[in-house]
Design a protein around this ligand. Structure first.
Ligand code: AGP
Length: 588
């Protein structure tokens, strides 16, 4: 996955591009570059972060790119933009050109010389071919699109013009509308400090943009009318606002993210038919939300819920079942999840997408969309989007329970009442940051960790382990606490930290025995629990507020997020941009 931008207006393009790229760095950060139209086309590109770009060039129109390598190692030569043989065009690309090998061979035969190992570079050579024939940028652009197979968002400029041509197919691209200036970007935060008026491009659309106007076309060149939308995200929502890292800011934004998500959920009707079975499909953190959803929905609705990793769902043979299939993806762009959604639809299932991003790709591949309103999440580690996904699933449980006649009106009202108190519950959990910081000091030098939970808090243990691995690089594994003795206990050594999530419900006594088991083997036990009594059995306790077991995942999530954050910080890790990871993974 990469981040791409385009600007044409009255400002110095290089400054706008650098600022916009910094806001897209969560999408990739192994190299960055830009091209600006002036007397010719000036290009600056490098391996490394956007901050390495100087951006000292004149010009009011330009394009930029921040890369997460797929084809070709991260290096100066593989950084975008590409300018081809003549230097008349510059292009940036996000996605994968599947037929690049055959195109490349063909173009090399015609005399084109390649400067990189990427699939993307064929695009600029194709533009040169088309331009040589038609002497028209727009015609050459459409012709180039016709030759490509795969997924692509492409933004291109031509020497001597302040016009930008762009295309979207299965990779996101949004247009920002300003006054005498216009923007293009992979995601809204890129231009949020200039405008909140946006047009969301759909697959199969081309955009032609200059400071005075924007036109949209289909791939055949027919003009399309598009709707302008207003986003209510503020520019500050894409800034660190005094926090040291986006991740910390986003952890602390959770009460607001849940409140906004509730507002969105309450003001939209959820009308999903009854199938007697639910399948949830997702990746990473969204998968962990899905497992939490399984425990919850089975409890509330009394119907079976299966959860699949999206990359595995596609391998599933066609089975005879009637099921509502829910895809959870905060970005709405995860390739594995999109492929799974297409398969489910092809097989005739009724599908639902839960996403945080307006108009994202998943919204085009499902029958029903449920939006979370967590605001932009820049840190690669998902935090507020996870609790917002949980909120959507809790609400879904109550709403479907009522609609299907499974839950009484009273039970539903009870759940919704408690649901409304979640932002306060999270606020109270955030108060224990000080305690968590101290615990992080004790575990910061560990090489391995275990996370234990039971029932609805097993997926929260999974999420805790994922956060810890992802940002602190400590090897952390989560187990349903009862499973430990069936093998993994052999790995326990003196001093290995074990995080145990202990809730006062039917799992409580069993959790206590599991804690005794690990303590007896010398583990350092950290309990996340509202119960003071636990202190008799463990080394440290994170005292999350007392709450019903059903809603305990919210407070417990905050505790595991903060523990991962402070441990990673003490270890000096790149918290917002962990090595080898990108915010959304748009390759399968
Ligand atoms: C979470 O911290 C990760 N960055 C990752 O596991 C992520 O949740 C996963 O890639 C799925 O992303 P999505 O929700 O955008 O589909």
């Amino acid at each position: 996955m990469c981040g791409i931008v385009g600007y044409s207006g009255f400002r110095r393009a290089s400054e706008v591009i650098i600022e916009s790229l910094k806001r897209l760095e969560y999408r990739g950060y192994d190299s960055a570059g830009m091209a600006v139209i002036n007397h010719g086309i000036t290009v600056e590109k490098k391996r490394g972060y956007v901050s390495m770009l100087k951006g000292e060039m004149e010009g009011r129109t330009g394009i930029g790119h921040t890369r997460w390598a797929t084809h070709g190692e991260p290096s100066d030569k593989n950084a975008h933009p590409f300018t081809g043989c003549t230097g008349e065009f510059a292009i940036v690309h996000n996605g994968i050109i599947e037929n690049y090998m055959e195109l490349r061979k063909d173009l090399v035969k015609k005399g084109h010389k390649y400067a990189s190992d990427t699939d993307s570079e064929v695009i600029v050579h194709l533009l040169e071919e088309g331009y040589a024939e038609h002497k028209d940028f727009k015609k050459a652009f459409f012709e180039m699109i016709g030759r490509l197979r795969g997924s692509f968002a492409i933004v291109a400029v031509h020497r001597g013009e302040n016009r930008i041509m762009a295309v979207k197919k299965e990779s996101p691209l949004i247009v920002g509308i300003g006054e005498e200036e216009n923007f293009l970007a992979s995601d809204i935060p890129a231009f949020l400090s200039y405008t909140n008026r946006v047009v969301i491009m759909e697959d199969g659309e081309v955009c032609e943009l200059d400071p005075d106007g924007i036109s949209f076309y289909d791939f055949q060149g027919n003009e399309r009318k598009k709707k302008t939308e207003y986003v209510d995200w503020t520019p500050e929502s894409a800034e660190k606002s005094g926090y040291e890292h986006f991740m910390l800011k986003e952890i602390f934004e959770q009460p607001l993210a849940i409140e906004n998500t509730m507002h969105t959920l309450f003001s939209n009707d959820i009308d999903l038919p009854y199938y007697g079975r639910i399948t949830i499909v997702a990746c990473g953190t969204s998968y962990n939300a899905g497992i939490t959803g399984k425990y919850l929905l089975e409890k509330l609705l009394g119907i079976p819920v299966d959860v699949y990793y999206a990359s595995e769902y596609r391998l599933r043979p066609e089975v005879r079942e009637r099921s509502l299939v829910i895809f959870i993806t905060q970005s709405g762009e995860t390739a594995d999840t999109l492929v799974a959604a297409k398969i489910a639809r092809k097989r005739g299932y009724e599908t639902v997408g839960i996403t945080n991003i307006l108009g994202s790709s998943i919204t085009h591949h499902v029958d029903h969309v449920i939006y979370t309103s967590a605001g932009p999440e820049i840190g690669v580690a998902a935090t507020k989007t996870f609790t917002a996904q949980l909120a959507a699933l809790y609400y879904l449980g109550a709403a479907l329970g009522e609609k299907y006649g499974i839950l009484s009106q009273m039970k539903c009202d009870e759940i919704i009442d408690e649901f409304r108190r979640v932002p306060r519950l999270i606020e109270k959990s955030l108060d224990y940051e000080g305690t968590i910081k101290k615990i992080a000091q004790k575990i910061m030098n560990s090489e391995n960790m275990f996370y234990l939970g039971r029932g609805m808090n097993y997926p929260i243990a999974m999420e805790g382990a994922l956060k810890m691995k992802e940002i602190s690089y400590i090897h952390a594994e989560a187990y349903p606490a009862g499973e430990l003795k069936h093998g993994p206990l052999a790995l326990l050594k003196e001093g290995v930290p074990v995080v145990a999530i202990v809730t006062r419900d039917e799992t409580y006594d069993k959790m206590l025995s599991n804690i005794r088991e690990v303590s007896a083997r010398g583990a350092t036990v950290i309990a996340i629990s509202p119960e003071t009594e636990i202190e008799n059995y463990v080394d440290y306790r994170i005292p999350v507020p007392k709450n019903s077991a059903m809603f305990s995942p919210f407070g417990n999530t905050v505790a595991v997020q903060l523990l991962a954050y402070h441990t990673a910080k003490l270890r000096g890790c790149e918290i917002d941009k962990p090595r080898n990871l990108a915010k959304s993974v748009t390759v399968e």
